[in-house]
Design a protein around this ligand. Structure first.
Ligand code: NAP
Length: 285
């Protein structure tokens, strides 16, 4: 029977550490600000943005929200990014994705100064992750690393399988596991014998975007199973990529959805924003 990895509790611990450091910086006259930009009125994006603002308040950051209309042009959004790049009170800039179709997401990500790119999506930060010389880690994979660390299971030398190869989750996830000396396999929609590959994993990370995709035959006895998936079912319930109930007996450790990876993503965003402020003020990380 699996031990449940409590993402809510671990994220609360990360945020409390960020809050302590933020208060220490405030005592030195340094305040921290995160700018959150949302374009249009995608309901899921609105929920994410509200959660990020709430987390800023919890850790003692200032949050600056820019809610732009759906018809915003690329030039207008780039002008705002340029303004925020130059604003000394802004340590981190987060542009909530997806953006409306008239705006090229890549152009916007590339316009954010790498040192304020707290999502770690800018090519400079992506490259730094590749070579292992990074200040920011992309929030979701970084959160997963914290969850794995909480189990006490050593990554070094272990078989790690990541299902999914997106730029924001799968690829950086694989890279972080590799930096910790895992033997990493990345699976995707063209992978052959997926179940067999997954069933070799001591650490299995699912980032597929398909409800209940991971079934017990894909899980090794005692494995650490991390579920990144957030899928909305027809009945409105949130559901992960792992068939939690069915895999629970076989896994050694497992994350629930909700309450697993989700809260970690926001906690790591707070940590990245703190890191940005520390670098700017030449404070040791
Ligand atoms: P994505 O860009 O759609 O990528 C999905 C990946 O899964 C792709 O690499 C795809 O392979 C692979 N895949 C799809 N069907 C497959 C199949 N039948 N067999 C094997 N691989 C398959 O999604 P994403 O942005 O990485 O997100 C993945 C999930 O994580 C989503 O549910 C998303 O909502 C969730 N998410 C959660 C958080 C959080 O904070 N908890 C953050 C980000 C994302 P191909 O490349 O071959 O198409």
């Amino acid at each position: 029977m699996a031990a449940v990895i409590d993402g809510k509790a671990i994220s609360a611990k990360v945020k409390s550490e960020v809050r302590q450091e933020t208060e220490a910086l405030k005592a030195k006259g340094i305040s921290i600000g995160l700018a959150v930009v949302i374009v249009g009125d995608n309901p899921a994006s609105r929920v994410y943005v509200n959660n990020k603002k709430k987390a800023c308040a919890e850790v003692g950051f200032e949050s600056f929200e820019y809610a732009l209309p759906e018809e915003t042009t690329q030039e207008e959004l780039l002008a705002l990014v340029d303004k925020l790049n130059k604003d000394d009170t802004v340590n981190g800039i987060l542009v909530q994705l997806p953006l409306p179709k008239q705006i090229d997401e890549k152009a916007v990500i590339n316009a954010i100064l790498p040192e304020k790119d707290v999502d770690a999506f800018h090519p400079v930060n992506v490259g730094k992750i590749m070579i292992g010389d990074f200040a920011f880690l992309p929030c979701t994979p970084a959160g997963v690393m914290e969850l794995i660390a909480s189990t006490g299971v050593e990554i070094s030398g272990k078989e790690c399988v990541v299902i999914g190869r997106s730029n924001i989750v799968g690829k950086p996830m694989a890279m972080l596991l590799l930096h910790k000396n895992g033997t990493v396999t990345i699976c995707h929609s063209k992978t052959k014998n997926l179940a067999e590959v997954c069933s070799r994993a001591d650490i299995l990370v699912a980032a597929v975007g398909r409800a209940n995709f991971v079934t017990p035959d894909m899980v090794k006895e005692g494995a650490v199973v991390i579920d990144v998936g957030m899928n909305r079912l027809e009945n409105g319930k949130l559901c992960g990529d792992v068939d939690y109930a069915a895999c629970f007996e076989k896994a050694g450790y497992i994350t629930p959805v909700p309450g697993g990876v989700g809260p970690m993503t926001i906690a790591m965003l707070m940590k990245n924003t703190l890191t940005s402020a520390k670098i700017k003020n030449s404070i040791a990380l």
